[in-house]
Design a protein around this ligand. Sequence first.
Ligand code: OSB
Ligand code: MG
Length: 374
Amino acid sequence: MKIEAITLREIHMPLVHFFETSFGRTYSRRILLVSVLSEGINGWGECVAGEDPFYSDEWIETAWPTIKGYLAPAILGRNLFSATDCITLFSPVRGHRMAKAALENALWETEAKQKKQPLWKLLGGTQPEIACGVSIGIQDTVEQLLEMVERELAAGYRRIKVKVKPGWDTNVLGRIRSRWPEILLSCDANSAYTLDNIEHLRKFDDFKLLMMEQPLWNDDIHNHARLQREIKTAICLDESIRHSRDAAAAIEAKACRIINIKVGRVGGFSEAKKVHDVCQSYKIPVWCGGMLESGIGRAHNIALSTLENFRLPGDVSASKRYWKEDIIEPEVTVAPQGLIKVSDRPGTGYEVREDLIERLTVRKEVLRTGMAQA
Ligand code: OSB
Ligand code: MG
């Protein structure tokens, strides 16, 4: 797999409905896409770094120069045997996992296309259908939220997750539970609480939640273990899990009973597979998290979700929940049973709409051997 060129693009895509978490509200995405050209084949990757350094310390303005100055030069002109070979070449760069993942995942897509294999099979997936849930942001009123829950349940989604923060939590969960006593329900705090809130967090046990995601600090494992000892609800870690060693440490410390895998957060498919395998060896179920991806990242999330230990519905839902028009063809659709059927075509099984991407592009840079410098 000779790496001939790498193209970086920033595209702008307005969300059909704003998305609010405990750290803020997003109306429109600035998405960094990378494409790798190798022997006549183009593989795409999406960088899930946000518009701001709020979910993690990476954001679009750190990812772009990191890829341009360090990661792309490490692979340009080289002949890689497989996508995973980039791990060693990227290893002098500390952190910047979302930037690394964008490029590594583009290499996996390229490799799958070159081998004429479905990406999900190349990754080792075994599940031809994946179960889908939705993540619903904080709304202006509880009534608006209930309407959204009703709509998503009618569409067939198998798990409802709502974002919570102090002032928008037990009141909201109580309303949902009294209307839908039996649904799979979870919540995600994105680090909105501290251990001082332990008595309050204990009240969440009343709502029979499937899990409570990342209640405490984004970089913490130890205090989540203290909290997990005090509450019945299963804790699921998202932000705190940067790689498979974190997953093992969190599980051994009993800081969580479930882990959310986001391929961007852990640095790419190779590490995501390792996190998956570690969790499986400890019998800890995983599910695939989302980062408001365009079709490119969404297709990669679908491929990852086919691995055996993805045993809970993920935040992988239909394109139309996010975008008026997605940049892949066909769009991601979800069957009324809340399932996505995974394609057996080579690569992701979705075509990238390069004409539409061109129209949405606000910044573009083509990197070739010998021209990219830190
Ligand atoms: O914590 O899972 C999260 C979106 C942006 C940043 C963090 C998170 C999320 C989501 C969205 O929950 C999931 C989706 O893509 O629908
Ligand atoms: Mg989360």
